[in-house]
Design a protein around this ligand. Structure first.
Ligand SMILES: O=c1ccn([C@H]2C[C@H](O)[C@@H](COP(=O)(O)O)O2)c(=O)[nH]1
Length: 383
Protein backbone atom coordinates (compact mmCIF):
# COMPACT_ATOMS: atom_id res chain seq x y z
CA UNK A 1 0.00 0.00 0.00
CA UNK A 2 1.31 3.42 -0.80
CA UNK A 3 1.23 6.57 1.24
CA UNK A 4 -1.51 8.79 -0.05
CA UNK A 5 -0.50 12.42 -0.16
CA UNK A 6 -3.52 14.48 0.85
CA UNK A 7 -5.12 16.33 -2.05
CA UNK A 8 -4.56 20.10 -2.00
CA UNK A 9 -7.20 22.17 -0.28
CA UNK A 10 -9.95 23.85 -2.28
CA UNK A 11 -8.40 27.31 -2.11
CA UNK A 12 -5.13 27.89 -3.91
CA UNK A 13 -3.85 30.91 -1.99
CA UNK A 14 -2.54 29.02 1.00
CA UNK A 15 1.10 29.61 1.61
CA UNK A 16 2.92 28.38 4.67
CA UNK A 17 3.75 31.45 6.71
CA UNK A 18 5.05 29.13 9.34
CA UNK A 19 7.64 31.55 10.77
CA UNK A 20 4.74 33.21 12.53
CA UNK A 21 1.79 32.38 10.38
CA UNK A 22 -1.82 33.12 11.13
CA UNK A 23 -4.06 32.28 8.22
CA UNK A 24 -7.40 32.42 9.95
CA UNK A 25 -9.17 34.21 7.08
CA UNK A 26 -7.93 31.88 4.38
CA UNK A 27 -8.56 28.79 6.50
CA UNK A 28 -12.15 29.77 7.14
CA UNK A 29 -12.86 29.31 3.42
CA UNK A 30 -11.98 25.58 3.63
CA UNK A 31 -14.52 22.91 4.39
CA UNK A 32 -14.11 20.90 7.61
CA UNK A 33 -13.24 17.88 5.51
CA UNK A 34 -10.42 19.69 3.68
CA UNK A 35 -9.07 21.09 6.93
CA UNK A 36 -8.78 17.66 8.50
CA UNK A 37 -6.70 16.29 5.64
CA UNK A 38 -3.87 18.77 5.66
CA UNK A 39 -1.69 20.23 8.37
CA UNK A 40 -2.97 23.19 10.38
CA UNK A 41 -1.44 26.46 9.21
CA UNK A 42 -2.59 28.74 12.03
CA UNK A 43 -0.12 27.30 14.52
CA UNK A 44 1.85 29.71 16.69
CA UNK A 45 5.30 30.72 15.41
CA UNK A 46 8.41 30.27 17.56
CA UNK A 47 8.90 33.99 18.23
CA UNK A 48 5.31 34.44 19.44
CA UNK A 49 5.56 31.25 21.47
CA UNK A 50 8.73 32.27 23.31
CA UNK A 51 7.51 35.81 23.91
CA UNK A 52 4.23 34.38 25.24
CA UNK A 53 6.30 32.23 27.62
CA UNK A 54 8.12 35.37 28.77
CA UNK A 55 4.69 36.95 29.39
CA UNK A 56 3.54 33.89 31.34
CA UNK A 57 6.66 33.68 33.51
CA UNK A 58 6.35 37.42 34.29
CA UNK A 59 3.05 36.57 36.01
CA UNK A 60 5.13 34.85 38.72
CA UNK A 61 6.71 38.19 39.73
CA UNK A 62 5.82 39.69 43.11
CA UNK A 63 6.76 43.20 41.97
CA UNK A 64 3.52 45.16 42.45
CA UNK A 65 4.34 47.72 39.73
CA UNK A 66 6.20 46.01 36.87
CA UNK A 67 6.34 42.33 36.03
CA UNK A 68 9.02 41.28 33.56
CA UNK A 69 9.71 37.82 32.14
CA UNK A 70 12.48 36.33 30.02
CA UNK A 71 13.41 32.96 28.60
CA UNK A 72 16.53 31.56 26.97
CA UNK A 73 16.21 29.26 24.01
CA UNK A 74 18.84 27.19 22.24
CA UNK A 75 19.17 26.85 18.46
CA UNK A 76 16.99 23.73 18.54
CA UNK A 77 14.16 25.90 19.95
CA UNK A 78 14.39 24.31 23.39
CA UNK A 79 13.97 26.39 26.53
CA UNK A 80 17.14 26.33 28.62
CA UNK A 81 16.35 29.12 31.10
CA UNK A 82 13.51 31.26 32.33
CA UNK A 83 13.28 34.09 34.83
CA UNK A 84 11.16 36.88 36.27
CA UNK A 85 12.06 39.92 38.33
CA UNK A 86 12.22 39.25 42.04
CA UNK A 87 14.22 39.40 45.25
CA UNK A 88 17.38 37.25 45.48
CA UNK A 89 16.90 33.73 46.86
CA UNK A 90 16.51 33.90 50.64
CA UNK A 91 15.62 37.63 50.69
CA UNK A 92 12.00 37.58 51.82
CA UNK A 93 9.38 39.17 49.54
CA UNK A 94 7.67 40.36 52.71
CA UNK A 95 10.68 41.95 54.35
CA UNK A 96 12.54 43.60 51.47
CA UNK A 97 11.05 46.83 50.08
CA UNK A 98 8.93 47.04 46.94
CA UNK A 99 8.65 50.85 46.93
CA UNK A 100 9.86 52.79 43.91
CA UNK A 101 10.71 55.87 45.97
CA UNK A 102 11.80 56.57 49.52
CA UNK A 103 13.75 59.25 51.38
CA UNK A 104 16.21 56.43 52.07
CA UNK A 105 17.27 54.95 48.71
CA UNK A 106 18.14 51.60 50.31
CA UNK A 107 14.44 51.31 51.12
CA UNK A 108 13.50 51.10 47.42
CA UNK A 109 13.32 47.86 45.45
CA UNK A 110 16.02 48.88 42.97
CA UNK A 111 18.94 47.91 45.22
CA UNK A 112 17.67 44.36 45.65
CA UNK A 113 15.51 43.14 42.77
CA UNK A 114 17.17 40.76 40.32
CA UNK A 115 16.02 41.43 36.77
CA UNK A 116 14.20 38.82 34.72
CA UNK A 117 16.99 38.54 32.13
CA UNK A 118 19.65 37.96 34.78
CA UNK A 119 17.47 35.37 36.54
CA UNK A 120 16.88 33.54 33.25
CA UNK A 121 20.65 33.18 32.88
CA UNK A 122 21.19 32.02 36.47
CA UNK A 123 18.29 29.57 36.22
CA UNK A 124 19.82 27.89 33.16
CA UNK A 125 19.37 24.14 33.09
CA UNK A 126 22.53 23.34 31.12
CA UNK A 127 26.15 24.34 31.58
CA UNK A 128 26.64 26.10 28.28
CA UNK A 129 24.17 28.63 26.88
CA UNK A 130 26.49 30.09 24.28
CA UNK A 131 24.86 30.87 20.94
CA UNK A 132 21.40 30.86 22.57
CA UNK A 133 18.67 33.48 22.11
CA UNK A 134 17.23 35.48 25.01
CA UNK A 135 13.59 36.60 24.74
CA UNK A 136 12.63 39.39 27.14
CA UNK A 137 9.60 41.59 27.67
CA UNK A 138 11.93 44.59 28.09
CA UNK A 139 15.14 45.76 26.48
CA UNK A 140 17.90 44.61 28.90
CA UNK A 141 19.66 47.13 31.14
CA UNK A 142 23.47 47.42 31.17
CA UNK A 143 23.87 45.02 34.14
CA UNK A 144 21.85 42.33 32.40
CA UNK A 145 23.66 43.07 29.13
CA UNK A 146 26.97 42.22 30.82
CA UNK A 147 25.57 38.91 32.09
CA UNK A 148 24.07 38.13 28.68
CA UNK A 149 27.32 38.84 26.84
CA UNK A 150 29.53 36.96 29.31
CA UNK A 151 27.33 33.86 29.12
CA UNK A 152 27.73 33.72 25.34
CA UNK A 153 24.14 34.49 24.31
CA UNK A 154 24.29 35.65 20.71
CA UNK A 155 20.84 37.16 20.13
CA UNK A 156 18.39 39.24 22.15
CA UNK A 157 14.74 39.55 21.17
CA UNK A 158 12.90 42.14 23.23
CA UNK A 159 9.42 43.58 23.17
CA UNK A 160 9.06 46.75 25.27
CA UNK A 161 11.45 49.65 24.88
CA UNK A 162 10.20 52.02 27.57
CA UNK A 163 13.72 52.36 29.02
CA UNK A 164 15.39 52.98 25.65
CA UNK A 165 16.27 56.61 26.39
CA UNK A 166 18.00 55.85 29.67
CA UNK A 167 21.83 55.76 29.86
CA UNK A 168 21.62 52.08 30.95
CA UNK A 169 20.02 51.16 27.61
CA UNK A 170 22.54 53.23 25.65
CA UNK A 171 25.35 51.38 27.47
CA UNK A 172 23.65 48.02 26.70
CA UNK A 173 23.38 48.85 23.01
CA UNK A 174 27.03 49.87 22.89
CA UNK A 175 28.17 46.64 24.56
CA UNK A 176 25.88 44.42 22.45
CA UNK A 177 27.18 46.01 19.28
CA UNK A 178 30.83 45.71 20.33
CA UNK A 179 30.45 42.07 21.30
CA UNK A 180 28.44 41.06 18.24
CA UNK A 181 25.15 40.24 20.01
CA UNK A 182 22.27 40.67 17.56
CA UNK A 183 19.33 42.62 18.93
CA UNK A 184 15.85 42.84 17.45
CA UNK A 185 12.45 44.04 18.58
CA UNK A 186 9.56 41.59 18.49
CA UNK A 187 6.33 42.92 16.97
CA UNK A 188 3.41 40.82 18.20
CA UNK A 189 1.01 39.28 15.69
CA UNK A 190 -1.64 38.77 18.35
CA UNK A 191 -3.05 41.32 20.79
CA UNK A 192 -4.13 38.78 23.37
CA UNK A 193 -3.90 35.00 23.66
CA UNK A 194 -6.37 33.35 25.99
CA UNK A 195 -5.29 30.15 27.74
CA UNK A 196 -8.42 28.24 28.58
CA UNK A 197 -7.90 25.60 31.29
CA UNK A 198 -11.36 24.11 30.66
CA UNK A 199 -10.95 23.40 26.97
CA UNK A 200 -7.16 23.00 27.14
CA UNK A 201 -6.86 25.43 24.22
CA UNK A 202 -5.05 28.66 23.56
CA UNK A 203 -6.94 31.07 21.32
CA UNK A 204 -6.68 34.64 20.14
CA UNK A 205 -9.09 37.03 21.82
CA UNK A 206 -9.90 40.73 21.97
CA UNK A 207 -8.23 42.93 24.62
CA UNK A 208 -11.60 44.20 25.88
CA UNK A 209 -12.55 40.69 27.04
CA UNK A 210 -9.85 40.67 29.76
CA UNK A 211 -11.07 41.31 33.31
CA UNK A 212 -9.62 44.64 34.55
CA UNK A 213 -6.69 44.66 37.01
CA UNK A 214 -7.20 45.88 40.56
CA UNK A 215 -6.15 49.53 40.24
CA UNK A 216 -6.31 50.15 43.99
CA UNK A 217 -3.63 47.65 44.93
CA UNK A 218 -0.88 48.78 47.30
CA UNK A 219 2.26 49.35 45.22
CA UNK A 220 4.52 49.20 48.25
CA UNK A 221 3.57 45.60 49.06
CA UNK A 222 4.44 42.44 47.15
CA UNK A 223 1.90 41.33 44.54
CA UNK A 224 -0.23 38.72 46.26
CA UNK A 225 -1.96 37.02 43.36
CA UNK A 226 0.94 35.81 41.32
CA UNK A 227 0.46 32.83 39.00
CA UNK A 228 0.87 29.52 40.91
CA UNK A 229 3.58 27.20 39.55
CA UNK A 230 1.06 24.51 38.67
CA UNK A 231 -1.06 26.87 36.57
CA UNK A 232 2.10 28.24 34.96
CA UNK A 233 3.35 24.81 33.85
CA UNK A 234 -0.07 23.72 32.62
CA UNK A 235 -0.43 27.03 30.75
CA UNK A 236 2.91 26.30 29.03
CA UNK A 237 1.59 22.87 28.03
CA UNK A 238 -1.56 24.44 26.56
CA UNK A 239 0.52 27.07 24.79
CA UNK A 240 2.98 24.59 23.27
CA UNK A 241 0.00 22.58 21.93
CA UNK A 242 -0.64 25.59 19.70
CA UNK A 243 2.56 24.64 17.83
CA UNK A 244 0.99 21.38 16.65
CA UNK A 245 0.21 21.02 12.95
CA UNK A 246 -2.43 18.35 13.61
CA UNK A 247 -5.72 19.62 12.19
CA UNK A 248 -7.93 17.78 14.67
CA UNK A 249 -6.15 17.41 18.03
CA UNK A 250 -3.46 19.64 19.50
CA UNK A 251 -1.72 18.34 22.61
CA UNK A 252 1.09 19.77 24.70
CA UNK A 253 3.38 18.72 27.54
CA UNK A 254 6.33 20.03 29.50
CA UNK A 255 8.84 18.45 31.87
CA UNK A 256 9.76 20.30 35.03
CA UNK A 257 12.73 19.56 37.29
CA UNK A 258 13.06 19.87 41.10
CA UNK A 259 14.18 23.51 40.76
CA UNK A 260 10.96 24.30 38.90
CA UNK A 261 12.79 24.82 35.61
CA UNK A 262 11.26 23.62 32.36
CA UNK A 263 13.70 21.18 30.81
CA UNK A 264 11.55 19.75 28.02
CA UNK A 265 8.50 20.70 26.02
CA UNK A 266 6.63 18.85 23.32
CA UNK A 267 3.58 18.83 21.10
CA UNK A 268 2.12 16.17 18.87
CA UNK A 269 3.67 16.04 15.44
CA UNK A 270 5.48 14.09 12.77
CA UNK A 271 9.02 12.82 13.53
CA UNK A 272 11.93 15.11 12.58
CA UNK A 273 12.47 14.99 8.83
CA UNK A 274 9.02 13.53 8.07
CA UNK A 275 7.40 16.43 6.24
CA UNK A 276 4.17 17.84 7.67
CA UNK A 277 3.07 18.32 4.08
CA UNK A 278 3.76 14.79 2.93
CA UNK A 279 2.79 12.57 5.84
CA UNK A 280 -0.94 12.07 6.40
CA UNK A 281 -2.94 14.00 8.99
CA UNK A 282 -6.23 12.25 8.41
CA UNK A 283 -7.63 9.70 10.82
CA UNK A 284 -10.53 8.23 8.85
CA UNK A 285 -8.93 6.34 5.98
CA UNK A 286 -9.64 2.62 5.50
CA UNK A 287 -5.94 2.16 5.00
CA UNK A 288 -3.94 2.31 8.24
CA UNK A 289 -0.94 3.61 6.32
CA UNK A 290 -2.87 6.65 5.17
CA UNK A 291 -3.88 7.72 8.67
CA UNK A 292 -1.67 9.76 11.00
CA UNK A 293 -1.51 7.24 13.86
CA UNK A 294 1.42 5.13 12.64
CA UNK A 295 3.60 8.24 12.27
CA UNK A 296 2.58 10.90 14.75
CA UNK A 297 4.69 11.36 17.93
CA UNK A 298 2.71 12.31 21.02
CA UNK A 299 3.38 15.44 23.07
CA UNK A 300 4.64 13.63 26.19
CA UNK A 301 7.10 11.48 24.24
CA UNK A 302 8.39 14.57 22.42
CA UNK A 303 8.75 16.51 25.69
CA UNK A 304 10.85 13.70 27.18
CA UNK A 305 13.00 13.35 24.09
CA UNK A 306 13.42 17.12 23.69
CA UNK A 307 14.73 17.51 27.23
CA UNK A 308 18.32 18.65 27.11
CA UNK A 309 19.17 16.84 30.36
CA UNK A 310 18.17 13.70 32.26
CA UNK A 311 14.49 13.79 33.27
CA UNK A 312 14.88 11.43 36.25
CA UNK A 313 12.84 12.66 39.23
CA UNK A 314 10.98 15.26 37.12
CA UNK A 315 7.26 16.00 36.78
CA UNK A 316 5.45 15.88 33.44
CA UNK A 317 2.57 18.30 32.84
CA UNK A 318 0.33 17.23 29.99
CA UNK A 319 -2.90 18.55 28.51
CA UNK A 320 -4.20 14.97 28.38
CA UNK A 321 -3.70 11.80 30.37
CA UNK A 322 -0.77 9.95 28.75
CA UNK A 323 -1.47 6.96 26.51
CA UNK A 324 0.13 3.57 27.18
CA UNK A 325 3.04 4.25 24.79
CA UNK A 326 3.87 7.60 26.43
CA UNK A 327 3.50 5.94 29.82
CA UNK A 328 6.21 3.44 28.91
CA UNK A 329 8.48 6.40 28.07
CA UNK A 330 7.54 8.12 31.36
CA UNK A 331 8.43 5.03 33.38
CA UNK A 332 11.62 4.20 31.54
CA UNK A 333 12.94 7.76 31.77
CA UNK A 334 12.48 7.98 35.54
CA UNK A 335 9.76 10.65 35.71
CA UNK A 336 8.16 10.56 39.16
CA UNK A 337 4.85 12.36 38.73
CA UNK A 338 2.20 13.06 36.07
CA UNK A 339 -0.11 16.09 36.13
CA UNK A 340 -2.80 16.07 33.45
CA UNK A 341 -5.52 18.52 32.51
CA UNK A 342 -8.35 16.85 30.68
CA UNK A 343 -10.58 14.29 32.30
CA UNK A 344 -9.35 10.75 32.03
CA UNK A 345 -11.37 8.64 29.60
CA UNK A 346 -11.52 4.94 30.39
CA UNK A 347 -10.41 3.70 26.99
CA UNK A 348 -8.09 0.66 26.71
CA UNK A 349 -4.85 2.62 26.30
CA UNK A 350 -5.63 4.81 29.34
CA UNK A 351 -6.50 1.71 31.36
CA UNK A 352 -3.20 0.13 30.35
CA UNK A 353 -1.38 3.36 31.24
CA UNK A 354 -3.06 3.46 34.67
CA UNK A 355 -2.18 -0.14 35.32
CA UNK A 356 1.51 0.51 34.61
CA UNK A 357 1.63 3.78 36.60
CA UNK A 358 0.00 2.08 39.60
CA UNK A 359 2.34 -0.89 39.34
CA UNK A 360 5.48 1.25 39.45
CA UNK A 361 4.20 3.82 41.96
CA UNK A 362 4.31 6.93 39.74
CA UNK A 363 1.80 9.40 41.14
CA UNK A 364 -0.72 11.15 38.90
CA UNK A 365 -3.34 13.80 39.46
CA UNK A 366 -5.68 15.98 37.48
CA UNK A 367 -4.73 19.65 37.48
CA UNK A 368 -7.27 21.91 39.15
CA UNK A 369 -6.55 25.45 37.97
CA UNK A 370 -6.87 28.42 40.32
CA UNK A 371 -8.65 30.28 37.52
CA UNK A 372 -10.50 29.16 34.40
CA UNK A 373 -8.64 31.41 32.02
CA UNK A 374 -5.31 33.14 31.76
CA UNK A 375 -4.45 35.97 29.38
CA UNK A 376 -1.19 36.62 27.59
CA UNK A 377 -1.71 40.30 26.87
CA UNK A 378 0.85 41.64 24.41
CA UNK A 379 -0.81 45.06 24.45
CA UNK A 380 0.29 45.67 28.05
CA UNK A 381 3.97 45.83 27.17
CA UNK A 382 5.15 49.36 26.36
CA UNK A 383 6.66 49.02 22.93
O1 LIG B 1 15.17 44.95 31.85
C1 LIG B 1 14.55 44.96 32.93
C2 LIG B 1 14.15 46.13 33.56
C3 LIG B 1 13.48 46.09 34.75
N1 LIG B 1 13.21 44.89 35.33
C4 LIG B 1 12.46 44.84 36.61
C5 LIG B 1 13.14 45.43 37.80
C6 LIG B 1 11.99 45.93 38.62
O2 LIG B 1 11.44 44.90 39.41
C7 LIG B 1 10.99 46.39 37.58
C8 LIG B 1 11.13 47.83 37.20
O3 LIG B 1 10.40 48.56 38.11
P1 LIG B 1 9.61 49.93 37.74
O4 LIG B 1 8.48 49.90 38.70
O5 LIG B 1 9.15 49.82 36.30
O6 LIG B 1 10.58 51.03 37.95
O7 LIG B 1 11.26 45.60 36.43
C9 LIG B 1 13.58 43.73 34.73
O8 LIG B 1 13.31 42.63 35.25
N2 LIG B 1 14.24 43.80 33.54
Amino acid sequence: MSLVTPSPPATTNISDRSADGCLAEEISTLTVEDRNLTKRTDYIGWDSYFMAISCLVSKRSKDPATQVGACIVNRKNRIVGQGYNGMPRGCSDDEFPWDKTSSNPTETKYFYVCHAEMNAVFNKNCADISNCVLYSLLFPCNQCAKTIIQSGISEVVYMGDKNMNKPEATASKRMFEASGVTVRQFRPLYDVLKINFKSGKCEECLPNTIPPEDMNRDLSKKREHCLPWDDYFMAISILVAKRSKCPTLQRGACIVNQEKCIIGQGYNGMPHGCSDDEFPWRSDSDSELDNKYLYECHAVLNAILNAGVNVKGCVVYSTTFPCNECTKAIIQSGIRKVVYLQTLEMEPRSCAALRMLNAVGITYRQHIPVQDELFVDFTLIDA
